[in-house]
Design a protein around this ligand. Structure first.
Ligand code: FAD
Length: 466
């Protein structure tokens, strides 16, 4: 059966997974059709995720640095925020990137079809366009990159405009006086960082007994300390029982003995669910699990060999760079290359203040999986550069194999941790041991030196700290 359009490779979704797969497949000489329901390409990451959040976090950082300069003898006035101009700048950053993706698709002759896609068989798909027309597409191979969406909570009036998900929070409709952030994970805390800097009084409530569940506790501590002092309250091990929308505000009740409180806005950031259900994948014979994930093998093949899945809709951490790496693998597998996805080197970063980043093995995971490891931790209070940039609460931690000294993982907290984590990521990919890091001459004075110093602590080159 041949559709209105035939694709060698059909890519469903144009996020960092989908466009990376589409472009790699086109570069490998395959003929590619990419379907996206939105008018702009780039998925969650470019439009309502990574990029707009980082633009706003940049401004938050400028404000926070100006504030801390006050204790070093330089005082700026309170920030005057023109929300319309800030929003327009953020949207300009996004638009440049999404236009760039569209240009790259055009340059590669990747055909983009706009509309809601649904599988109708193992080699066919239907796309309902925004103008009401239906396009049928037949394909030899398909890559499902449909992404994920925010979870909603029962008992919360999500229809009230003052109740936001991350997309709503990024819209920056106003700077609320009192903001409740439900969920102390990466997305919730990044948005908390933005609104705190812009002047909101922030309360965070998190069900787990610590912030950023998944990160080692020693890495989270400097962040928890800083925001513990700045925010109105951080309630751990607590759930929101109800939120009632009244004219005078959003009235929230909590579990335990946390007192009721009223907020001007509520951000719900309690996780994301994969978009695997609702794509008609059953018609193609593709298994979707009960959570909405599409199970895949190391080549990112589903149980139907010519249909692959990548990104947030496939299992694993919901991160843009993970989606992109899988997109490359999927395209190469379809082109007949011996590619496979190895999740070991996927870094995680919370772009909070301070940033928290980790890659490879964490101590939490090592304990769960009973993996033998040794750590070396370099405290940034012993780094001249860290002291000079208000980063003395930071830490650089290396995990190594006790037998071979091989780098197994790393965790960093402090300014620029998200950039610094690339080096141990590289060490991990190269199979380097701590001596390789210790012997690499790092520029002085830099924060990256803390990796060398942590490695020197590990191999005994240094035994004491100032
Ligand atoms: P997506 O980017 O979700 O793209 C999927 C696309 O498929 C969407 O455009 C969607 O419209 C389309 N689609 C779905 N179903 C259909 C259908 N039936 N028909 C047609 N089109 C369809 N990750 C990081 O690594 N770093 C960050 O700093 C970061 N910050 C984030 C901040 C926020 C606020 C959020 C929400 C997420 C953030 N993420 C970050 C996560 C990141 O955005 C995702 O991991 C990434 O976008 C996943 O890429 P993807 O290609 O799998 O899917």
């Amino acid at each position: 059966e041949r559709g209105d359009v035939h694709a060698g490779v059909l890519v469903l979704g144009s996020g960092p997974g989908g466009y990376a797969a589409a472009f790699r497949a086109a570069d490998l000489g395959l003929d590619v059709v990419m379907v996206e329901r939105h008018a702009t390409l780039g998925g969650v990451c470019l439009n309502v995720g990574c990029i707009p959040s980082k633009a706003l976090l940049h401004i938050a950082k400028v404000i926070a640095e100006a504030q801390s300069a006050a204790s070093h003898g330089v005082t700026f006035g309170a920030p005057q925020v023109d929300l319309d101009a800030l929003r327009a700048w953020k949207e300009g950053v996004v638009a440049r990137l999404t236009r760039g993706v569209a240009g790259m698709a055009k340059g590669r002759e990747v055909q983009v079809v706009q509309g809601e896609a649904r599988f109708t068989g193992p080699h066919t798909l239907e796309v309902a366009g925004p103008d009401g027309t239906t396009t049928t597409i037949s394909f030899d191979h398909a890559i499902v990159a449909a992404g994920s969406r925010s979870v909603q909570l029962p008992g919360i009036p999500h229809e009230d405009p003052r109740v936001m998900d991350s997309t709503g929070a990024l819209e920056l409709a106003e700077i609320p006086g009192r903001l409740l952030v439900v969920g102390g994970g990466i997305i919730g805390l990044e948005m908390a960082t933005v609104y705190d800097a812009l002047g909101s009084e922030v309360t965070v409530v998190e069900l787990a007994d610590g912030l950023i569940p998944g990160a080692d506790r020693d890495l989270v501590k400097p962040l928890a300390r800083r925001i513990g002092k700045r925010y109105a309250a951080i309630h751990l091990g607590t759930s929101v029982e109800s939120v009632e929308a009244r004219d005078d505000g959003l009235h929230a009740t909590f579990s335990g003995d946390v007192p009721d409180a009223v907020f001007d806005r509520v951000l719900v950031a309690v996780g994301r669910i994969p978009n695997g259900a609702g794509l008609g994948l059953d018609a193609a014979g593709v298994t979707v699990d009960e959570r909405g994930f599409v199970p895949v093998d190391a080549q990112r093949r589903t149980n139907v060999a010519h249909i692959l899945a990548i990104g947030d809709v496939a299992e694993g951490p919901m991160l843009a760079h993970k989606a992109t790496a899988e997109g490359h693998v999927a395209a190469e597998v379809i082109a007949g290359h011996a590619s496979a996805f190895d999740p070991r080197g996927v870094p995680s970063v919370a772009y909070t203040d301070p940033e928290v980043a980790w890659v490879g093995l964490t101590e939490t995971e090592a304990a769960e999986r009973d993996v033998a490891y040794e750590t070396s931790v370099f405290p940034w209070s012993a780094s001249g550069r860290a002291l000079a940039v208000d980063g003395s609460t930071g830490l650089t931690k290396l995990l190594r194999d006790p037998e071979t000294g091989r780098v197994l993982g790393a965790g960093i907290v402090g300014p620029n941790a998200g950039e610094l984590i690339a080096e141990p990521g590289f060490a991990l990919e190269m199979g380097a041991d701590v001596a390789d890091l210790a012997l690499t001459i790092h520029a002085h004075p830099t924060l990256s030196e803390t990796l060398m110093l942590s490695a020197e602590l590990a191999d005994g080159t240094i035994t004491d700290l100032p």
